[in-house]
Ligand binder design. Structure first.
Ligand code: NDP
Length: 606
């Protein structure tokens, strides 16, 4: 389905060398320290611009069975699976004004999901909903999240616009107290933390970033009061305005075209180009939709996860691949074709080479696409990604590249070095100051910083030990779900559990297991559940010991958040998912086996 024919005229040795040069050019010793945390003078970047009606209420001092922290897709799954299990007394606490998590915050123009809706959207069969198109945009996803919350009655008793500040365990009553910014003191028998992995936006620590006197915001807090329009474009407020976008990751790839259409002048400041593939969106085939059998969505999600972890059919087969007509699986198709061409008995020693050649071919297609679309040869060259597939988040977009053919749009490529400085008036690269009225940071989210910093709250567990202290050298947990000294507290979607390219799949598995456990505890009058130090040490060692096989990032990749900016962080092995990205199948199977058999042996209950 790629529009560009696969061209074999590439020189593997030259590409290897080029990839290496591009990586080395960008490596910097400050790694994650290069970014500016949104606090102090920069905390206004976190303000919620989407609140329609500020909630006014008295502080709460009450008790519920279960508090879920986070109303994003993970929190929705947790709530849904608990309702299905028959748990009634649930309260979701969410700092935003509504459910949706990442889709609440990321409303920038063009925001949409790159994973097809049939696979990504939660609980389609449960809600009896079929998305109208293969891909859905942010407003549709947000609406769907709200529908899930309604369907499972999660608005009942929810605390929206409420930020958790601290959690304190009380051994005498076996309850957590949750303190919030609204002076609530909510007691809970069980707490489930589902904070999300990309929840805390970050700024680049560029010299002079605080000096800019024009208008500025981060993409995850898009200021439509300034730009006009909405997530579907028509940014009338930008008429006559000079705008700069810093960053060219997946977010910038989606919003740039809309800014380019409306602004008088747009400067796109690039450090590393994204790989931008074909989107291939189309309306849902109604005949296909009518033919689906119950259980189809779970099967489709599992097939997608299998493909993304190299399990999509035996060598040379493409059975599960054909249902996904998109760029995510193209790499898998190329690899299988090359394996078939190599014959029946490919020696194991040659498989790595075949994979590397497939990867070169895939990325050559992506690079050739730039030449096919961007007219100016120098600009086209600067927009080509020279790194392996999945070193950076692949993008599926048909609007971004043509934007660079517009007269009012200028790519300012920084040759891998990033912006030099920011002044009162604009952005400086290579001694040239680009004056702008509005500066938009499409600079992503914190990854690899402390869990409690990203969560925005700390937990004080048994004997006054804080989670921040306990995890200062990296996560220690039992299945990524429990951590010793923090009884009755469960985590979903974190390190030491599973990670999948279609992240909701991993969230749902965590949610199903959590719902199963809490139902068991409540039904059996179990009031205290903790994991032992031995169990969590053993699980942490198993996680650390698993080969961190992942198709995302890696030390040979250009720096970015996938590989912690190319720096070695001793905590990273602890914080990784079980088996890197490839261990999700074993992880899911282990949890399922527990649900079939006895309670998890590393848990102590009373
Ligand atoms: P990213 O972290 O992917 O991108 C940040 C961008 O900022 C990069 O291009 C980075 O360059 C650039 N940058 C950072 N510092 C500087 C600097 N000093 N000078 C110039 N440029 C700089 O964030 P995004 O918000 O784009 O994407 C984050 C994630 O959100 C994605 O990876 C994806 O998981 C998710 N997402 C998902 C979508 C979906 O379809 N479901 C759509 C959009 C986002 P460099 O690469 O060199 O570090």
């Amino acid at each position: 389905m790629n529009t560009t024919a696969s061209r074999e005229e590439f020189d593997p040795a030259a590409l290897r060398q080029r990839y290496d040069e591009e990586r080395l050019k960008r490596l910097r010793t400050d790694g994650n320290q290069q970014y500016q945390e949104m606090k102090g003078d920069f905390s206004y970047f976190l303000d919620d611009p989407y609140v329609e009606e500020p909630i006014v209420r008295e502080p709460l001092e009450d008790e519920v069975d279960v508090v879920i922290i986070g109303g994003g897709i993970g929190g929705l799954f947790a709530g849904a699976r608990m309702r299905e299990a028959g748990i009634e007394d649930i309260r979701v606490i969410e700092k935003a004004s509504d459910f949706g998590g990442t889709w609440y915050w990321n409303r920038y123009p063009g925001a949409a999901c790159d994973v097809e809706a049939y696979t990504y959207l939660p609980l389609l069969e449960e809600l009896n909903y079929m998305p109208p198109r293969k891909y859905c945009d942010a407003p549709e996803i947000l609406k769907h999240c709200s529908n899930v919350a309604k369907h499972y009655r999660l608005y009942d008793n929810a605390c929206l616009q409420t930020e958790v500040q601290n959690l304190v365990w009380d051994e005498a009553t076996r309850r957590w107290t949750i303190f919030t910014n609204r002076e609530d003191k909510i007691k809970a028998k069980f707490v489930v933390m589902v904070n999300g992995p990309l929840n805390r936006p970050k700024l680049p620590g560029i010299k002079g970033i605080g000096d800019f006197k024009g208008h500025t915001f981060h993409t995850s807090r898009w200021d439509y009061n300034y730009t006009g329009g909405n997530a579907r474009g028509n940014l009338t407020g930008l008429k006559g305005k000079r705008v700069g976008i810093i960053g060219t990751g997946a977010t910038a790839v989606q919003c740039t075209a809309f800014v380019g259409e409306s602004a008088e002048q747009l400067f796109v400041f690039q450090r590393t180009p994204s790989g931008v593939d074909v989107r291939n969106d189309h309306p849902t085939d109604q005949e296909w939709a009518a033919s689906l059998k119950p259980g189809w969505q779970k099967k489709r999600q599992k097939d997608f996860t299998a493909i993304m972890t190299g399990r999509g059919g035996k060598r040379g087969e493409i059975d599960q691949l054909d249902q996904f007509d998109d760029a995510w699986v193209e790499m898998g198709k190329i690899y299988r074709r090359r394996m078939r061409e190599a014959g029946k008995e490919v020696p194991k020693s040659e498989i790595g080479q075949i994979y590397e050649m497939s990867n070169f071919e895939k990325m050559e297609n992506v690079r050739n696409r730039v030449d096919d679309i961007v007219k100016d040869k120098d600009i086209a060259e600067a927009l080509k990604p020279y790194y392996a597939f999945m070193c950076k988040r692949p993008c599926l977009d048909d609007r971004y590249l043509p934007t660079f053919n517009r007269d009012n749009v200028k790519l300012v490529d920084t040759n891998g070095q990033g912006v030099d400085s920011i002044t009162e008036k604009g952005v400086v690269v290579d001694g040239v100051e680009y004056e702008v009225d509005c500066l938009i940071f499409a600079t992503g989210f914190e990854v690899g910083t402390d869990y409690t910093r990203r969560a925005g709250y700390n937990l004080i567990g048994v004997d006054g030990v804080s989670l921040e202290e306990k995890w200062s050298k990296g996560m220690i947990s039992y299945y990524g779900l429990h951590t010793h000294g923090f009884p009755n507290c469960l985590l979903i979607g974190n390190g030491q559990a599973a990670f999948t390219a279609n992240y909701p799949d991993a969230l749902d598995e965590g949610a199903k297991h959590t719902a199963y456990l809490i139902k068991h505890f409540l039904d059996n009058n179990i009031t205290r559940v903790d994991t032992t130090e031995e169990a969590e040490t053993a699980w942490t060692s198993e996680v650390v010991g698993t080969k961190a096989v992942t198709i995302m990032g890696g030390s040979a990749c250009t720096p970015g958040y996938y590989n912690l900016e190319g720096q070695h962080d001793p905590r990273a092995r602890n914080n990784q998912p079980y088996g890197g990205m490839m261990g999700c199948h074993q992880y899911f199977a282990k949890l399922a086996a527990f649900r079939e058999g006895d309670l998890m042996p590393g848990l102590v209950v009373s």
